[in-house]
Design a binder for this molecule. Structure first.
Ligand code: COD
Ligand code: ATP
Length: 200
């Protein structure tokens, strides 16, 4: 029987690092919502035009692509605008991910993973059979986010605060990977969970 496992977490909690391990070391397909969200806003795509209509040409770079830093600087500080952007981008992302899932299953894959940051916030659990949460304490999340994106504490905090707290997500997930430690320790936990679920 085919199965979809959802990987979720918070911004900079380690989803991509864990997904990379599952793809490269364990050999599974990962469908990534962040990548889909980039593709559907490329010039010429449906969501692109809507973003320009709502947010104006101010959020475009000179090559006409979306200025992600600028758009982020708007929507992470304004819930109304964030909802507006989500309303434009999320339906297109869901559609794209479902197409990718169909293709993978048609190619004979039995288990695949979807990396969806806003799985619980957007109530997308119906898209997956089981959920794995990549958890970190908020202090570590803040530090890793500031470092990776070169953000100030205020900027990083605004991004974290735009999401459901990871302690709340813990209650909703089928399995929790504690990524406070090294990546190797997290990889061990992932293998343990997948072995318990008889996926590997
Ligand atoms: C605001 C945008 C332009 C900023 O782009 P940027 O390249 O800086 O960030 P990136 O897309 O890589 O996202 C990084 C992380 O930010 C968080 N995040 C992104 N969008 C949102 C959102 N609307 N609400 C809460 N958290 C978000 C996620 O944890 C995501 O993994 C971009 O994130 C975006 O278009 N967001 C709306 C679509 C969306 O919700 N994407 C997330 C999953 S579908
Ligand atoms: N166990 C770890 N130890 C040290 N650094 C880590 C660990 N896990 C992840 N990181 C680092 O923390 C940052 C965030 O990790 P990653 O990009 O995997 O998170 P993410 O959840 O995919 O983030 P986002 O949703 O924002 O794209 C990266 O710079 C990554 O190298």
């Amino acid at each position: 029987m085919s199965q979809v496992i959802g990987i979720t977490g918070g911004i900079a909690s380690g989803k991509s690092s864990v997904s990379q391990f599952i793809r490269e070391e364990l050999g599974f397909t990962i469908i990534d919502a962040d990548i889909a969200a980039r593709e559907v806003v490329e010039p010429g795509q449906e969501a692109y035009q809507e973003i320009v209509e709502v947010f104006g040409t101010d959020v475009l770079l000179t090559d006409t692509s979306i200025d992600r830093a600028k758009l982020g600087g708007i929507i992470f500080y304004d819930e109304k605008k964030r909802r507006k952007l989500n309303g434009i981008v999320h339906p297109a992302v869901r559609k794209r991910m479902l197409q990718q899932k169909e293709t993978a299953f048609e190619l004979g894959e039995k288990v695949l993973f979807m990396d969806i940051p806003l799985l619980f916030e957007s109530k997308l659990t119906h898209m997956v059979d089981k959920t794995i949460l990549i958890y970190v304490d908020e202090r570590i999340q803040l530090e890793r986010l500031m470092k990776r994106n070169g953000l100030s504490e205020v900027e990083a905090k605004a991004r974290i605060d735009s999401q459901m707290p990871l302690v709340e997500k813990k209650e909703l997930a089928d399995a929790v990977i504690n990524n406070n430690g090294s990546l190797l320790e997290s990889q061990k936990q992932v293998k343990q969970v997948l072995a318990e679920w008889e996926v590997i």
